[in-house]
Design a protein around this ligand. Structure first.
Ligand code: DQA
Length: 148
């Protein structure tokens, strides 16, 4: 399978940004780990990060027909970007939303995801392991998610 691992704003700062919440692993180390995980499962993972809404939308459009699945952490856009919601739907590539932190244990505004309804499902609170869990799900499903 070909996975697009798409991370939104501020996730390039992983490792130095609030490590008590997001962990000590850097963004580059995370990408290397996810690429290695995919390779170990006969797959490829391409990591893309953008700090802008348009960058995320462009990456979703470009994923159409090129990737079997998207693992998306939209960062704070999760909570208010209807444009990203529409782009996930338009891309027609199954997507799992991942949050490193448990968004339900934090500020009230983080509990709401406007983007999750366009996704197969959402994983949160498992730290950066959530990205591997999402890939593992798609691998187990052979690329065809059961739930819609
Ligand atoms: C996050 C949670 C969001 O609320 C926050 O804005 C982020 C990271 C997470 O991975 O836990 O930037 O998506």
């Amino acid at each position: 399978m070909k996975f697009l691992i798409l991370n939104g704003p501020n996730l390039n700062l992983l490792g130095s940004r609030e490590p008590g919440i997001y962990g000590a692993e850097t963004y580059d180390a995370l990408c290397k780990r996810l690429e290695a995980f995919a390779a170990a499962h006969g797959s490829t993972a391409v990591c893309v990060q953008s700090n802008s809404e348009g960058g995320i939308i462009d990456a979703l459009h470009a994923a159409r027909g090129k990737f079997n699945a998207v693992i998306l952490n939209p960062g704070a856009y999760t909570h208010y970007s209807y444009a990203i919601l529409d782009a996930i739907t338009a891309a027609e590539v199954p997507c799992i939303e991942v949050h490193i932190s448990n968004v339900h244990r934090r500020e009230e505004f983080r509990r709401r995801s406007v983007t999750a309804p366009a996704c197969v499902g959402q994983i949160c609170g498992l730290g950066s392991y959530g990205y591997e869990a999402a890939m593992g799900y798609f691998l187990a499903q052979g690329g065809t998610p059961q739930c819609v």
